[in-house]
Design a protein around this ligand. Structure first.
Ligand SMILES: Cc1cc2nc3c(=O)[nH]c(=O)nc-3n(C[C@H](O)[C@H](O)[C@H](O)COP(=O)(O)OP(=O)(O)OC[C@H]3O[C@@H](n4cnc5c(N)ncnc54)[C@H](O)[C@@H]3O)c2cc1C
Length: 499
């Protein structure tokens, strides 16, 4: 199939997908029992909107006394999703006694050392009592501006106005007068998420190799041969190549669950670098700048890091169907040189070039995603469930992976609270887990489809994407989407929490 036809087919497929889916107890080290924050967070979780049925909501207000079904929870992976879940379980009223997070690295650190934009996730973190920390730790975004390297404006979104002018958005997105939309370095976000947890909840240098289910509970096996458990529930928050997913796929009676290298390559690669602040045009700190040149989509943005230090990130995305490496053996100099050549050849503006030149950390990786339609709950004993990238890793083009992982965590914690209080699910853990999956899968699938679609269009042009015709289509497409209000709708749809 010629490149443009292939890209058009991908767009058509993505468009089809788009139209088809239009509280707790804390204290001793390592465990969760009553804490000073409990009353506050109980209130937060008790009043937040959910997609439970009317009958369940009615039950929720009665809150029947019942023996908790889920007392011990193991979370595999101290990433954005795993740490959010630990916060929800340790500071709320889910009646979960013990929460343990196992992380393979020797510290809680970001897997990919750049920055993320958080919006719907920031709203959820505010519900969990972390709003002030996020506001103080992040850089607030007020505008998204897209231009071609020739200077044509193809999109200009005044985010603050979009949020403030619509009462529905305002009521959800604004926390004490501040629109919840931030760019934040990953290490700062991890610091915020890990900082509020009781000591001993997170164990590092514990790489999980398998999860074994049995009628008495699920056990974890580690790379050093040790085991932990049994747990009433194991949550796989271990990212796109996590180990917990194997247990979910294995089916009744166990089995290997197949290999874990079946993530789908999007055909898109991303080069990105991080520099100390100072390269971007003055006054653009609160603006995301998108640039289109030839076959390349570029992004420049400011992020806030640890100690309130500001950083700037440059990213270049392009199509390459043949080079699939997710994590090349980094030669930072080569990755940086390749990015600079790309920006020069396509005449990207000084803002992008200077930023790439000044970057002292550089990365290049292939963009992968997971088929979101695979099951998230183990088909064996139903004691293992997935969230975040482990369930639905998505292309980064809409900046939604971490936001969706945070929403998954909150949604799952609410289902466990309803189960343990007897408000819903009649004591059935598997019913609670399936309800969580039912609530989250349509939304995450839709965001994934939109993100893949936007990524395919953003990287049109060049030999792989229809040449000049592809470029012209892309520029007019985004201009049309902006003028018709569709771009605003897509952005706000990701920015508003669905849980
Ligand atoms: C270039 C790029 C830019 C992005 N930008 C944004 C953005 O702007 N906004 C946004 O919302 N999202 C963004 N994302 C997506 C976002 O980073 C992910 O979706 C998010 O980190 C997923 O969180 P998670 O907790 O599911 O997984 P992860 O953050 O991957 O965390 C998984 C954790 O599990 C640990 N682990 C893995 N295996 C094991 C094991 N066997 N045993 C124990 N521990 C294990 C890992 O070390 C890690 O700490 C971007 C992604 C990329 C690649």
């Amino acid at each position: 199939m010629p490149p443009l036809a292939r890209t058009a087919a991908a767009i058509a497929a993505a468009a089809c997908m788009l139209s088809a889916v239009t509280g707790f107890v804390v204290p001793s080290a390592g465990s969760c029992g009553p804490s000073a924050d409990v009353a506050k967070t109980r209130r937060i979780l008790g009043t937040a909107p959910s997609r439970t049925t009317v009958a369940q909501q009615h039950h929720h207000s009665i809150v029947m006394a019942a023996a908790p079904v889920v007392k011990r929870v193991a979370i595999v992976g101290a990433g954005v999703g795993g740490l959010t879940l630990a916060n929800a379980l340790c500071t709320g009223s889910t009646a979960v006694d013990e929460v343990k997070v196992f992380e393979k690295f020797d510290s809680v650190k970001p897997g990919i050392g750049g920055g993320v934009q958080i919006n719907s996730g920031a709203v959820i973190l505010a519900r969990l009592g972390l709003g002030d920390a996020v506001k103080a730790g992040g850089n607030q975004v007020e505008r998204i501006l897209s231009r071609t390297v020739g200077g044509r404006v193809t999109l200009d979104l005044d985010v603050k106005k979009m949020v403030q002018s619509n009462p529905k958005r305002r009521s959800v997105m604004v926390d004490n007068g501040t629109p919840m939309l931030f760019t934040i370095m990953r290490d700062r976000l991890m610091q915020i998420l890990a900082g509020g947890l009781p000591s001993g909840v997170v164990s590092t240098s514990r790489e999980v190799t398998s999860v074994e289910e049995s009628p008495s509970g699920a056990k974890l096996r580690f790379a050093d041969g040790s085991t932990e458990g049994p747990f009433d529930l194991v949550v796989g928050a271990d990212g796109i190549k996590g180990a917990a997913r194997k247990a979910v796929r294995a089916g009744p009676g166990g089995g290997s669950g197949g290999d874990n290298d079946d993530a789908i390559y999007s055909g898109i690669r991303v080069q990105y670098g991080v520099a100390p602040a100072g390269q971007r045009p003055e006054g653009s700190e609160r603006e995301l700048h998108q640039w289109f040149g030839g076959d390349t989509y570029g992004l420049s943005a400011t992020y806030q890091g640890i100690g309130d230090k500001k950083f700037e990130m440059v990213a270049a995305l392009y199509q390459d169907r043949d080079r699939k490496e997710e994590n090349a053996v980094w030669d930072q100099v080569e990755a940086k040189g390749a990015c600079l050549r790309r920006l020069d050849e396509r005449r990207f503006p000084r803002e992008m070039r200077a930023l790439a030149e000044a970057s002292d950390r550089f990365y290049e990786l292939g963009v992968y995603y997971r088929n979101p339609l695979e099951g998230w709950v183990s088909r064996g004993e139903g004691q293992v469930v997935l969230l975040g990238d482990a369930a639905h890793a998505m292309p980064p083009n809409l900046g939604q992976g971490a936001n969706q992982a945070i929403q998954d965590a909150y949604c799952l914690a609410r289902r466990l609270a309803d189960l343990n209080s007897g408000a819903a699910f009649e004591g059935s853990l598997i019913a609670a887990l399936r309800d969580y999956e039912r609530a989250r899968k349509p939304d995450t699938s839709l965001v994934l489809a939109k993100s893949a679609f936007v990524g395919a269009v953003e990287t049109l042009g060049g030999a792989a994407g229809g040449g000049a015709l592809g470029e012209a289509f892309r520029d007019n497409f985004f201009f049309g989407m902006w003028k018709a209000g569709v771009a605003e709708q897509i952005f706000m749809d990701g920015a508003m929490p669905k849980v």
